[in-house]
Design a binder for this molecule. Sequence first.
Ligand SMILES: *Cc1c(COP(=O)(O)O)cnc(C)c1O
Length: 224
Amino acid sequence: MASIAENIAAIQNRLPEGTKLIAVSKTKPNEVIMEAYDAGHRVFGENKVQELVAKYEALPKDIEWHMIGHLQRNKVKFIVPFVHLIHGVDSFRLLKEINKQGKNISGVIDVLLQVHIAQEDTKFGFSKEELLEMLESDEFQAMEHVRICGLMGMATYTEDNDLIKKEFGSLAYLFGELKASNFREADYFNQLSMGMSSDYEFAVQKGSTMVRVGSSIFGSRNYN
Ligand SMILES: *Cc1c(COP(=O)(O)O)cnc(C)c1O
């Protein structure tokens, strides 16, 4: 079996220059994360606030932590002081809470807006219409403690590669449209987070700038 370091190197080799590999370490113990760390990796993703905070506290402080999962509003305050990027902002109410907590620490929190691109209705995210409505509202435009760095999406879990490519393509298209309109003046609007172990190569073909890969690095997860 390949080591964690070898898995990371193999994936890096398949990513274009400048595409960020987020090692999704959810459910994995600190010793396993340290194996990746000792191999030089510094960018990790978690999807549960409690686990993210515990790992942040226990592990080296030069790790860049990404919150990739669904985030509950009452937990925003626990991660705002240290999180590098919040990927799954899927409602205006959540964004408002992040803005409020950003204000409390006199900071500006980097986030991605999650767009619903999959066929399953279990996956969170804005529709295009909801997104545009929010972006055009006065309340959105007045927010000073969040910075929208781009979009995030998850494709349908399917063997149908054409569907996956189509979904990633639609997110990339929306990203391009927003870059040319609402975010025309915003050079920080430049991240497109899409792709996981099973589909990151398609995501990269469609212009992903950040892939979130767990099981292809760390092996499968045991939930209990
Ligand atoms: C778990 C998770 C991933 C990584 O999934 P793998 O299939 O293990 O690569 C990516 N994104 C999100 C939002 C996740 O929750």
